[in-house]
Ligand binder design. Structure first.
Ligand code: FPP
Length: 247
């Protein structure tokens, strides 16, 4: 490793290692616009988006942030042109196949959250394979929200709980936040402390509605394929300038 790459991998000195977010969530917005700005088809932006996600994952690992959750495909994304939807779903499959070995080497534990049963069978197969293969890994936890919608997640948790009540397995007064969370797709995962949204949009867009209740939100005009270590450093610096209060 060169001195320069070692310097890049070290936590920047203006960041306090004791006050880093323990879970970062990202809305990876702006792939299409990024490609269009280069005069390229939108799908190339998604391809570059994968590189940006890989770089962010590596950076989290280098800087000691144990969990990263990325919004890869929302329930609303089915409304995009069929070609783009097909490209995205095939891209996820290819990425999983291509990156599995490296994820193992880097000790990444990958998990997908969302309504996965509506995805193509071949993608579901790759997802299962990757989740199973990395289930015991102890390094960074990468969660990929795919066919994910926060409202849908909350509704399906309500349905599961209602069924348990109707079956006499649960009393309504036993329903509390801890129990509710066990029925979310993200059961067992800590809540994000920091949400990053690229491309300037000031919305949560149905992402982790329950889990982001107390997260700090950082929005940057940078388009997702351009979101790199320097940008992440800025986001973490801004995060550490804020006073974390929980009310
Ligand atoms: C938003 O940009 C981005 C997406 C809908 C897809 C993001 C997916 C990835 C980067 C791949 C992740 C893959 C795996 C398997 C981990 P946009 O198209 O909404 O951009 P625009 O706002 O400029 O139109």
């Amino acid at each position: 490793m060169t001195a320069q790459s070692q310097e890049l991998r070290a936590l920047p000195p203006d960041l306090d290692p004791n006050r880093l977010p323990q879970h970062v969530a990202a809305i990876m917005d702006g792939n299409g616009r990024w490609a269009q700005q280069q005069g390229w088809p939108r799908i190339l932006g998604h391809q570059r988006g994968v590189d940006a996600l890989k770089e962010l994952l590596r950076c989290c690992k280098d800087w000691g942030i144990p969990a990263l959750t990325a919004y890869a495909f929302s329930t609303e994304n089915w409304g995009r042109p069929l070609e783009e939807v097909e490209f995205l779903l095939t891209l996820f499959e290819r990425v999983l196949r291509r990156e599995l070995q490296e994820m193992q080497a880097e000790d990444v534990k990958i998990r997908f959250v969302g309504n996965l049963t509506a995805l193509p069978a071949s993608l579901q197969g790759e997802i299962k394979r990757a989740m199973l293969a990395t289930a015991q890994n102890q390094g960074i936890a990468l969660t990929v929200a795919t066919n994910y919608g926060g409202r849908q997640e909350i509704l399906q948790a309500c349905r599961e709980i209602a069924l348990a009540v109707a079956a006499g397995e649960l009393r309504p007064e036993e329903i509390d936040e801890a129990l509710f969370e066990q029925h979310l797709y993200t059961a067992g995962l800590s809540h994000p402390d920091l949400l990053i949204r690229t491309s300037g949009e000031l919305r949560i867009s149905n992402f982790l509605l329950w889990q982001l209740a107390y997260a700090e939100i950082y929005v940057t005009p940078t388009l997702w394929p351009d979101f790199n270590r320097v940008q992440f450093h800025k986001a973490l610096f801004a995060y550490q300038q804020r006073e974390r209060r929980f009310w």
